[in-house]
Design a protein around this ligand. Structure first.
Ligand code: 3PG
Length: 334
């Protein structure tokens, strides 16, 4: 395992004594910087873990200006964030920073190159908020199939085909919940070629993205935002979906080619799109597509007390384990 950082555990030699004695005397400062705050119980839990380790905690919540974050990180040794943007500027302002933990799955909000250049370890907390996101995906399917809870005849999920695009922690849970509702679940993941992984969950593997979209009455997106995936879901894929199909995005807005989705939904008046976080073209989509479109005003997939507690406490524990034992298991910039 590659290590960036001098806290990597190693046998103490006599010459190390001064180094360790010194490290134990320097109080570590952990900053929780969350524009969208954790539930209070999660914050209390994080504080307890950090304080028990003998470190200091600072809290910056609901900040409205980047300058507040730049000021707060100035003397932080560790940083816990959610979707907060840790840019090169933030890293540059954080002169003591050694570790950033994104309490959640996606770390596209952290400038990994800038962090790596400073030998700052970046981690996520995979799986900790997955159930909340998966529940929201199912909620969104029902919401759209019942006319956004307005009068009129809807449809049921039972008997419909649910396509899972990327079979990671969230995708798997969405599949399991879809099956419990009587849906036929199919999946595609470019990184999982072994059909047995899907078969074990009673999920049918399809061999291409094209096949997945062409067969899915509900398509649940779980791909991360990367250079390869940005704007990758557009007109062609959406237009290939069956009559009355719904695209459900609890992943990232960046993976959507918005012009393409608008074109597909303009041509096909049966298609629907629901997304957890407003697209750039939210106003245009709302006006053009009415009840066939819905966007949450603020990302709410992981907005449950349980998810906040799971991810927040995991982040705190990972920081302590890193400083005390050099554990880099969840490091994403190795
Ligand atoms: C994630 O990547 O874990 C989710 O998108 C949750 O993001 P949030 O912590 O900003 O709600």
């Amino acid at each position: 395992m590659a290590h960036f950082f001098t806290y990597t555990p190693r046998k103490r030699a006599a010459s190390d004594l001064d180094f360790y004695t010194l490290m134990e005397q320097i109080p570590m400062k952990v900053l929780i910087a969350t524009e969208k705050p954790f539930a209070k119980k999660a914050v209390d839990g994080i504080k307890e873990i950090i304080a028990s380790a003998g470190y200091e905690v600072a809290l910056l919540e609901k900040y409205t200006d980047k300058a507040q974050l730049l000021e707060a990180v100035a003397d932080a040794d560790a940083l816990i964030i959610r979707s907060d943007k840790v840019t090169a500027e933030v890293i540059d302002a954080a002169k003591n920073l050694k570790i950033v933990v994104r309490a959640g799955a996606g770390y596209d909000n952290v400038d990994l190159a800038a962090a790596t250049a400073r030998k700052i370890v970046v981690m996520n907390t995979p799986g900790q908020n997955s159930n909340a996101v998966a529940e929201l995906a199912l909620c969104m399917m029902i919401y759209m199939s019942r006319n956004q809870l307005t009068p009129g005849t809807g449809t049921e999920l039972k008997g419909k085909t649910l396509g899972i695009h990327a079979y990671g922690n969230v995708g798997k849970l969405v599949g399991r919940k879809g099956k419990a509702l009587g849906m036929e679940v199919i999946a595609f993941d470019p990184f999982i070629t072994d059909a047995k992984v899907f078969e074990a969950d009673g999920v049918r593997k399809v061999d291409s993205i094209e096949e997945l979209y062409a067969q899915s009455d509900f398509l649940s997106l779980h791909i991360p935002a990367t250079e390869q995936t940005k704007k990758s879901i557009g007109e062609k894929l959406m237009k290939s979906m069956p009559k009355g199909a719904t695209l459900v995005n609890t992943a990232r807005k960046e993976v959507i080619d918005e012009a393409g989705i608008i074109a597909a939904m303009t041509e096909r008046e049966d298609l629907k799109y629901i997304t957890d976080i407003a697209p750039e073209a939210a106003a245009e989509m709302a006006e053009k597509f009415g009840k066939r479109f819905f966007a949450t005003p603020k990302k709410m997939g992981a907005e449950t007390a349980e998810a906040n507690i799971n991810a927040g406490l995991a982040a705190a524990n990972q920081i302590v384990d890193f400083f005390k034992n050099g554990n880099t298991r969840f490091q994403v910039n190795k």
